[in-house]
Design a protein around this ligand. Structure first.
Ligand SMILES: [Zn+2]
Length: 383
């Protein structure tokens, strides 16, 4: 007697089956059963569900004469997952295969200040074109602010007027008839980088250090969002000796005021470099060995390392990944690393990796696609 039950890909066996097949580490039901160390029936039910859902396909069927058909499993080639990373002025949209691999991305101009309906309309136009080309299984969307994942809405009004309370996930799901998941950029960057580097276990923190600073936390392979979606918001950590520069939050001396790209631009301009306008300008000067820019970038890294050392001592992660434009600067990363190693208990840093994110600028798209894939409902008949 079997009862069908909706099982998300988050089901550990289903997730591992997809991973093994995507990486070519197992190509048949029997190889999967031995690789996972589970009964053939456990694999069989889940593989059938993935075949029915069009996520896996059988290759080579029909090529054998007389004997048993070779039933080689592979990720279905004709379905995709879409991702979108909404920033203030641009949106990046990605197409991914069903193992999460990024096939193609494009960037369009948006303005989040236009409000959710007008902004999402622009993104939906691209989705519609891609939906017309092939079967889309799910969509993952990144928003540049704290997101209530239960409603798929932005939680904080300050930088996104008109967005709070607007259910982005529901809006897009209704429009396109496809499941949509929504989360914030820092969480998705963390998920994308963690899956690439560490898979489905272990703990990591991914810090996005660009014009602003944010971070995402992965605990035992899962995004840790906290009680009110505020987990990882290190930007308002108070830094000793940072002076009393007012922060956007109303306090003074926050990490944001001394270590963000925006703060470096401000400091360069205050010291007479009035042609410096963006974080990229500061980084270019630092790369060209401009003494002030280099000092500021290193000091920013030290401040960030200081803020992170408390987190590392407390949380004891396996890895600290750095993404965002500042992470392209080796002196910045070196300064973070040396401050963390210096300020932490040796046991907390014994196995700690601190490095630039391997997914680079695509971390958020990878994370959005992963979240979408892992949230897909695959009906598995369970005994
Ligand atoms: Zn602040």
């Amino acid at each position: 007697m079997t009862n069908p039950a909706d099982t998300p890909v988050d089901d550990p066996h289903t997730r591992r089956i997809l991973d093994f097949v995507a990486r070519g580490q197992a190509r048949s039901r029997s190889e999967l059963a031995s690789a996972l160390g589970v009964a053939a029936s456990t694999v069989g039910l889940r593989v059938q569900a993935l075949l029915d859902a069009g996520v896996l396909e059988e290759a080579g069927a029909g090529t054998s004469r007389g004997g048993r058909r070779p039933r080689v499993l592979r990720i279905a080639g004709d379905g995709i997952v879409l991702s979108a990373d909404l920033g203030g002025r641009h949106a990046r949209i990605g197409r991914h295969d069903l193992s999460g691999g990024l096939l193609h991305s494009e960037t369009i101009a948006i303005d989040v200040a236009d409000g959710p309906e007008a902004t999402l309309e622009r993104v939906s136009e691209v989705f519609e074109r891609l939906l017309a080309e092939t079967r889309v299984h799910a969509i993952g969307v990144s928003l540049p602010g704290p997101v209530d994942v239960a409603t798929g809405a932005v939680d904080q009004p300050s930088r996104m007027p008109g967005w709070p309370g607007f259910r982005v996930g529901e809006h897009l799901a209704e429009r396109h008839g496809v499941p949509v998941v929504v989360d914030n950029d820092a969480n998705l960057a963390a998920l994308g980088e963690h899956r690439r580097q560490l898979g489905h276990t272990q703990h990591s923190i991914t810090v996005k250090a660009g014009t602003a600073i944010g971070s995402g936390i992965i605990v035992d392979g899962h995004i840790h969002r906290g009680a009110t979606a505020a987990a990882g918001d290190i930007t308002h950590t108070r830094i000793d000796g940072s002076g009393d520069i007012p922060c956007s939050c109303g306090n003074t001396g926050c990490l944001e005021t001394v270590a963000s790209g925006a703060s470096l631009v401000r400091q360069m301009r205050e010291r007479g470099n009035t042609d410096v306008r963006t974080t990229a300008d500061v980084l270019t000067l630092a790369r060209d060995a401009d003494p002030l820019a280099t000092t500021l970038v290193r000091t920013a890294g030290t401040h960030l390392g200081q803020a992170l050392s408390g987190v590392v001592n407390f949380f004891n992660p396996h890895a600290l990944f750095l993404t965002g434009s500042m992470s392209a600067s080796e002196p910045f990363i070196a300064a973070v690393r040396s401050r963390v190693y210096e300020a932490c208990h040796p046991l907390a840093t014994q196995r700690l990796r601190i490095e630039a994110a391997a997914t680079g600028a695509d971390a958020i798209l990878h994370g959005a696609a992963r979240l979408a894939l892992e949230g897909m409902e695959i009906p598995v008949a369970t005994a």
